[in-house]
Design a protein around this ligand. Structure first.
Ligand SMILES: NC(=O)NCCC[C@H](N)C(=O)O
Length: 255
């Protein structure tokens, strides 16, 4: 089997101008953010992931949050149409990357909007956050594209967080873990559990029992360790100032 691949994109010089919606703006140290991003990429590499760098998009402050411009499912890569108009130029250059990985490419055409950070796949279902960056037409387009793969697509409300995966993600056993104050409707998930820290709601599954998390959620990491998971924690504090999290800094391709 091909080793899993993580597509990442280096932060650019205008990072500090990135969008902030649900939190107070605070100054970003771009040099420190770059070092934290390198630590994040190194953690993926140490866990056995092949790293593919998308070309920099230095005019786009939020380009490092590469997950929002691509949704990958098996051999299909969907180039999204981000909900924030400022972020739409970020889609330039990513198509070549996924074609280089041998994937077939589809697009989301306007006026529909879809951000990868709103797409949570677990238990064979794609839950899509609607109400922030992704709209109903974006959900419909994703449904059209994932239907041939037998993946049901369910729109779920997101009004209190930037993206669905800012509010909740899923453990390998299918439990959706969320930060209560920003999860609109936990009843949509078959198994749901609250975590004690906002950053604890963001897990990247490195492999069946190994999770990548932000260092800002030590109590949640301990809780997951108690359940038998290995947890690698990385400090991404400068990226968190821009509402970034471990999930949105890469696009994971497993084939
Ligand atoms: N999927 C994500 O959670 N992406 C984070 C994007 C943060 C960026 N500052 C934005 O507002 O678009």
């Amino acid at each position: 089997m091909t080793p899993p691949t993580a597509i990442v994109r280096p932060p650019g010089p205008r990072l500090a101008e990135g969008l902030v919606t649900h939190i107070e703006r605070s100054a970003v140290d771009v040099g420190r953010a770059r070092r934290q991003w390198e630590g994040y990429v190194a953690a993926l590499g140490t866990a056995g992931w092949e790293i593919v760098e998308a070309p920099p998009a230095d005019d786009c402050p939020d380009a490092v949050f590469v997950e929002d411009v691509l949704v990958v499912h098996e051999d299909l890569a969907i180039v999204t149409r981000p909900g924030a108009p400022e972020r739409r130029p970020e889609t330039t250059g990513v198509e070549d990357v996924v074609r280089g990985l041998g994937m077939r490419v589809e697009h989301v055409a306007g006026p529909a909007t879809l951000d990868g950070g709103d797409v949570l796949r677990t238990g064979g279902v794609a839950y899509v956050g609607v109400g922030g960056r992704t709209d109903a037409a974006g959900v419909a387009r994703l449904r059209e594209l994932l239907e041939p793969y037998g993946v049901p697509v369910r729109g779920v409300p997101v009004t209190r967080a930037l993206h669905l995966k800012s509010a909740c993600t899923a453990l390998p056993d299918g439990t959706v873990v969320g930060w209560g104050p920003v999860v609109d409707d936990p009843s949509v998930f078959a198994r749901y559990e609250e975590v004690p820290e906002e950053g604890g709601a963001h897990v990247v599954v490195l492999d069946g029992d190994h999770l990548l998390m932000a260092a800002s959620a030590p109590a949640t990491a301990d809780r997951f360790r108690d359940r038998g998971y290995r947890v690698t924690a990385v400090d991404i504090s400068e990226l968190e100032r821009l509402e970034g999290c471990v999930t949105c800094l890469s696009v994971r391709v497993r084939r």
